[in-house]
Design a protein around this ligand. Structure first.
Ligand code: AHR
Length: 498
């Protein structure tokens, strides 16, 4: 007997409005994300500018709204002028490889135009200065005034790039970061950088590297809160940076329950400091899986093959339905908290732990790609009230503790100006289907359910096998009865009712 869960929805009770930037992405100068990922002049799949056209098509298909670049740890030792005009290779001390700088600001802006995404530039607050950050804003956003706008024009771009989103720094709170900062010096650097950047272009929106920590944010917001529109937080839950031993499906379901605490803690900090209606959260690096790059942050250990070890990020069997379920639960939380979470950037989108994998014969779409396809195409822009009664749980032992994991994770949305209903129904259960009964006060004529499924919870997509795919079915919804449907184990479903 398939367990049944009752769902009630009140489409007339609006809870919040979603910012489409929660479906954003991140790309870094690391491993094969840029070179061999989005930019590969020698590939037969690339256009005359060297961009992979199959990647461009894939990112346009999921309506990528914004793309954060160039890092990540990389940016904390990156000097942007090396990547424009005459290119100057440098030894990237963040990732301990040579950066050719053949992909720089101009190429990045052109790539964003091709995928129809907003650019979002993260600046170097590690070895960089307030002046260098503001000069970058001059290069991108001034029409022709001064040295840097004229430099852009000389490099072939007469019109400004009009980059709206700028972050001051990346994870400067972390000892692993080049040029890490104490919380007191961080507030001072951010306010001085913000002053100069805003004086170049007052229309930009500013973010700053943050963490859900009260002390860090007290100093940051006391000093620079007046200039900030966002604070940036990051999350990777399956810590594979040093040892690449991916967690089990069941453990990953426990990780889906650990996402919300970071959002809530940051929201409460913003509230206690009086910034709730001024500053929003950008979860601008997130992924279930940490990137594998052993021994890079511990310079004392001269291990062999630390660069080759990064190729393990390319093992497609790593990215299963656990990743898809995690992504859906993450996006459901962004929708649930869309009053405060206005941006999220999947880290990264191409190669490493991303949703799109490039290879010599083309691209492969991993399980996580289809979650973005479901949400960007079928979920609505308005979050409405819904609640699950009689929700069942399953037990998971993880790291010596026992967790009660709810089988279903759901959220209901509509689209402004329409009567449709668009409901995400995620079944976390590793083996069992679930019956979902939607109370009859929701009256609709026809419906379609789009489901991301796989025969196994550990199913994955690779060049020679495609376990994870989207199917769709029509559902008949009658005004007089409850709408009853069944969702498969380990599946992500979006029900659209018209
Ligand atoms: O593992 C990748 C790194 O994770 C990113 O470069 C950084 O921003 C985060 O610490």
């Amino acid at each position: 007997m398939v367990k049944e869960t009752m769902v009630e929805i009140n489409p007339r009770r609006i809870l919040s409005y979603r910012d489409f930037n929660i479906y954003g992405h991140f790309i870094e100068h690391f491993h094969r994300q840029i070179y061999g990922g989005i930019f590969q002049p020698e590939s037969p799949f690339s256009d005359e500018q060297g961009f992979r056209t199959d990647v461009i098509d894939a990112l346009k298909n999921i309506r990528t709204p914004i793309l954060r670049w160039p890092g990540g740890c990389f940016v904390s030792n990156y000097h942007w002028e090396d990547g424009v005009g005459t290119r100057t290779p440098f030894f990237d001390k963040a990732w301990r490889v040579e950066e050719p700088n053949t992909f720089g600001t101009d190429e990045y802006i052109e790539f964003c135009r091709k995928i129809q995404a907003q650019p979002y530039i993260c600046t170097n607050a590690g070895t960089g200065t307030a002046e260098e950050m503001s000069n970058w804003v001059e290069y991108c956003n001034l029409k022709n005034e001064g040295k840097y706008a004229k430099m852009r024009i000389e490099n072939g771009n007469r019109d400004p790039f009009n980059v709206k989103y700028w972050s001051i720094g990346n994870e400067n709170y972390g000892s692993w970061e080049i040029g890490a900062k104490e919380k007191t010096e961080w507030g001072r650097l951010v306010v001085e950088s913000a002053k100069m950047m805003k004086r170049v272009d007052p229309k930009i929106e500013l973010l700053a590297a943050s963490i859900s920590d009260l002390d860090w944010n007290i100093n940051l917001l006391k000093e620079a809160g007046q200039f900030l529109d966002w604070i940036s937080i990051h999350g990777y839950w399956d810590a594979l940076h040093e040892v690449d031993e991916p967690s089990s499906y069941e453990s990953c379901m426990v990780y889906t329950m650990k996402i919300e605490e970071q959002i809530l803690k940051t929201k409460y900090i913003l509230g206690s400091l009086g910034y709730l209606n001024k500053i929003k959260i950008a979860f601008d690096e997130w992924n279930l899986r940490g990137w594998h790059h052993p021994n890079v942050h511990r310079g004392d250990i001269l291990a062999d093959n630390i660069i080759e070890a990064r190729d393990r990020n390319d093992l497609n069997a790593t990215y299963t339905m656990a990743d898809a379920i995690f992504n859906a639960c993450f996006l459901n939380l962004c929708l649930k908290h869309s009053d405060i979470v206005g941006m999220a950037n999947f880290a990264p989108i191409v190669n490493t732990r991303g949703a799109v994998f490039t290879h010599d014969e083309g691209i492969l779409l991993r399980s996580t790609y289809f979650v973005f396809e479901l949400y960007t195409k079928h979920m609505g822009d308005t979050v409405v009230d819904s609640w699950v009664s009689e929700a069942d749980v399953f037990e998971v032992s993880h790291n010596g503790s026992t967790y009660q994991v709810p089988s279903l994770d759901m959220i209901a949305t509509t689209n402004t100006g329409s009567n449709d209903l668009r409901i995400s129904i995620v079944n976390r259960h590793p083996e069992q289907a679930r019956t979902v009964r939607i109370k009859k006060n929701v009256s609709y004529g026809t419906g379609t359910i789009y489901s991301l499924i796989s025969a196994s919870k550990d199913g994955f997509n690779d060049i020679s096998q495609l376990d994870c795919k989207i199917i769709q079915e029509t559902v008949a919804a009658h005004e007089s009865n409850d709408l009853v449907l069944e969702v498969q184990p380990h599946s992500v479903n979006v029900l659209v009712l018209h």
